[in-house]
Design a protein around this ligand. Structure first.
Ligand code: ZN
Length: 400
């Protein structure tokens, strides 16, 4: 069912467990939905006289739909085709060559399958990064909600960009990365999203080339730019860190999503926190491409509230946020499961500017939830189960 359709009936959704949010879980719970919105949620049966029907999903758990805050559906066609073994720079080069050779129809067909995979793995909201502009129709006509970011890089100022805030899909802009675009373009793009009060996304502190270039003004990336005849003498390099660079450019605020942050340190976390920047992590992709991961423990200690993305199928095996949570849980076993669940739900909704509609099963929000067939005896067992399994083929996503 599409989000734009109104559901004019009252339905009680029941299950053995209802995860209202990662910290508020009720046993034998219900979610009362009316006209596509959550009216009430709680334990036992819904109070009051309800005209409508009851759907009992079984002894498992109903939880808010998961949020994949950073993906590239245009690269679904490249699954298992670009191997990261020869380093990140080669991977990017191979990716671009292969993407160009595949053809846009094939890229679109694979992106449609990507949407299917997202829904089947419990996802209801996405942050889609589109480099070629091929996926707007696909995502905005799907049952998903989210933000579609048209990505830019280079030096050119683009006059024809339109961004706007629609009911279920926001059309916005992403800057590729601070080392692949001029500071003028970066500031201009951020300003355009600022005017609309919508999210802006950027890959940040991801690769060693980026760090070397920004912090020294030299290295392989500087050589590459010089070779291409790109003049970066006005970029005010070197800078202390990529995060500091963006702070100096004035593009950090609560509508900026900083993605990856593999090389960010404590001082950067303070800056990100001070400006209330949203942080999105794609740990499986980082591990596969860079053999490194960001300091998630340090981020949480600093008070940041990261959300999760999968990145594309060119750098990770699936678009499933259940898989992503399982990887976080395995890699950082001391992080409580509820915090990991928050990364996959409420933090993602907030980062994408959709916190009033998604992220938890609280009254007033959209009826967008997923049922998973778990067999558990306690809340803590449930939290553990949710962040350590992929529920492939067994979860049921309800999007109204
Ligand atoms: Zn990305």
């Amino acid at each position: 069912m599409n989000f734009s359709e109104t559901v004019n009936c009252s339905v009680i959704h029941k299950a053995g467990w209802v995860v209202i949010d990662p910290y508020t879980i009720v046993r034998d719970g219900f979610v009362h939905v009316d006209s596509g919105l959550i009216k009430d949620v709680g334990r036992g049966s819904c109070s009051g006289h309800i005209i409508g029907h009851i759907i009992d999903y079984g002894p498992g758990a109903l939880l808010p739909v998961l949020i994949n805050a950073h993906t590239h559906l245009e690269l679904c066609a490249l699954k298992d085709k670009v191997l990261p073994e020869k380093g990140f720079r080669n991977w990017v080069e191979n990716l671009i060559n292969l993407r160009n050779s595949v053809g846009s129809e094939h890229l679109k067909t694979a992106a449609i399958n990507g949407v299917k995979e997202l829904v089947e793995s419990g996802c209801g909201v996405i942050g889609e990064i589109s480099t070629l502009g091929l996926t707007w129709e696909i995502v905005s006509n799907s049952s998903l909600a989210g933000v579609w970011f048209r990505e830019f890089l280079g030096n050119d100022l683009h006059q024809d960009i339109k961004c706007y805030n629609e009911k279920s899909f926001i059309k916005s802009i992403a800057g590729h990365a601070p080392h692949t675009m001029s500071p003028e373009l970066l500031v201009d793009l951020k300003d355009r999203t600022r005017k609309e009060n919508i999210p802006f996304s950027i890959h940040l502190a991801e690769s060693e080339d980026e760090i070397m270039f920004l912090t020294t003004g030299k290295g392989i990336w500087a050589d590459f730019m010089t070779e291409k005849g790109i003049d970066f003498s006005g970029w005010n390099l070197p800078v202390e860190t990529p995060v500091r660079y963006l702070e100096d450019l004035g593009v950090l605020d609560e509508n900026t999503i900083a993605v990856h942050l593999i090389h960010a340190k404590e001082k950067d976390f303070e800056i990100l926190l001070r400006h209330n920047v949203r942080v999105c992590l794609c740990l499986r992709s980082n591990f596969n491409l860079h053999d490194m991961m960001p300091d998630l423990t340090g981020m949480l200690k600093a008070g940041l509230k990261p959300c999760l993305g999968t990145d594309s199928l060119a750098s990770t095996k699936s678009l499933s946020i259940f898989d992503e949570m399982a990887f976080v849980s395995k890699s950082f076993p001391l992080i409580p499961p509820a915090e990991i669940l928050a990364m996959a739900t409420v933090n993602g909704a907030t980062a994408l500017g959709l916190g009033e509609m998604f992220g938890s099963l609280t009254p007033g929000k959209r009826a967008a939830f997923v049922y998973v067939p778990v067999d558990v005896l306690s809340k803590s067992e449930l939290q553990q189960a949710l962040v350590n399994a992929n529920f492939k083929g067994s979860c049921k996503t309800v999007l109204q």
